[in-house]
Design a protein around this ligand. Structure first.
Ligand SMILES: C[S@@+](CC[C@H](N)C(=O)[O-])C[C@H]1O[C@@H](n2cnc3c(N)ncnc32)[C@H](O)[C@@H]1O
Ligand SMILES: [Zn+2]
Length: 292
């Protein structure tokens, strides 16, 4: 049986034209199904699991293995299902006339969202997931083989210009100049951002000033870089048992730095339902409106 590493390596080999060297910007080629090498001889080994690390320096990240395991359990529980359905719907409309297409999830974490969406989009769509966290990409390459998984910085995307039909950016930081460089002229950019009521039951306990100061108007930022922009709000309640609540507390940056007392409080209060409140920002480079 073909190994997971080989499944991932074959996807990289077939789609090597998507990549560009993060050091010199040159073309990359897969050699011996084991390393990507550019015309200037910069070389990037595939890992045992078949992902490639295309970062050029050390990056510190708070997203560790335990966080991604908790996040995967939350995702598997159906927590994100309504929003994933909407994203799948948007992308399938966007890609319906294409015989071949490529999409990238920038800040894909442990890869579940991208792999769920790809399952619905069909085999003619190539999926690329990048994240700065090695633990996230390692989990993605192990759990969702057959796609392209790379440790990479979305602020210095190791991909050639205008290669992607769609870019997903779910609850992750953005670099709009990079995203508009990567997107084909008729491609679609889709970003999911938390709204005021997202996890409001937890926010009431773990309110964090620093977090509140983050980009307060991402739609305006997107509009500075894209031709047409529209938004949709998606809000629902999700039931939680004690075990899922514990996972949710572990997976969200909201609880980083919180005291154990506060974590116990949240667990003791026994939140049984949580509010999910997102805006989906949809944008195109051209100012010609939307097909989806
Ligand atoms: C809240 S998580 C969301 C992960 C995933 N999209 C999800 O919804 O489960 C934010 C992710 O952004 C990633 N990230 C942060 N800065 C990044 C950067 N400069 N380049 C790539 N990924 C980054 C983190 O490693 C983390 O996996
Ligand atoms: Zn190079």
């Amino acid at each position: 049986m073909i190994s997971k590493k080989m499944m991932n390596a074959e996807e990289i080999e077939k789609n090597a034209h998507l990549f560009s060297c993060p050091v010199c910007g040159g073309e990359l080629k897969l050699i011996d199904k084991s390393r990507l090498v550019c015309t200037d001889n910069h070389s990037f080994d595939l890992s045992r699991q078949g992902y490639v690390n295309l970062t050029t320096g050390a990056h510190l990240t708070k997203y560790d293995k335990a966080l991604f395991e908790a996040r995967k359990q939350i995702i598997d529980s159906g927590f994100f299902t309504p929003v994933l359905k909407r994203l799948t719907n948007l992308l399938s409309k966007q890609l319906e006339d294409k015989t071949e297409a490529a999409i990238i999830d920038a800040g894909c974490g442990e890869g579940s969202h991208l792999s769920t969406i790809l399952l619905e989009l069909g085999e003619n769509v190539t999926g690329v997931g990048i994240d700065l966290s090695k633990e996230g990409i390692l989990a993605a390459a192990k759990d969702h083989p057959g796609h392209i998984w790379a440790v990479a910085d979305l602020a210095n995307c190791p991909f050639a210009d205008e290669q992607f039909d769609a870019i997903l950016n779910i609850l992750s930081p953005a670099n709009y100049a990079e995203f508009s460089r990567l997107l084909k002229p008729n491609g679609l950019f889709v970003k999911v951002v938390p709204e005021n009521d997202y996890l409001k039951e937890l926010r009431a306990i773990f309110y964090d000033e620093a977090e509140r100061e983050q980009d307060s108007d991402p739609t305006a930022r997107v509009a500075e870089h894209f031709g047409a922009v529209k938004t949709e709000r998606i809000t629902y309640e999700f039931p939680l048992d004690q075990e899922l609540l514990a996972k949710l507390i572990r997976m969200t940056p909201l609880t980083w730095g919180a005291s154990e007392d506060k974590v116990h409080d949240a667990q003791r209060i026994g939140i049984t339902s949580i509010t999910i409140d997102f805006t989906i920002i949809i944008a195109t480079r051209r100012n010609e409106g939307f097909e989806c």
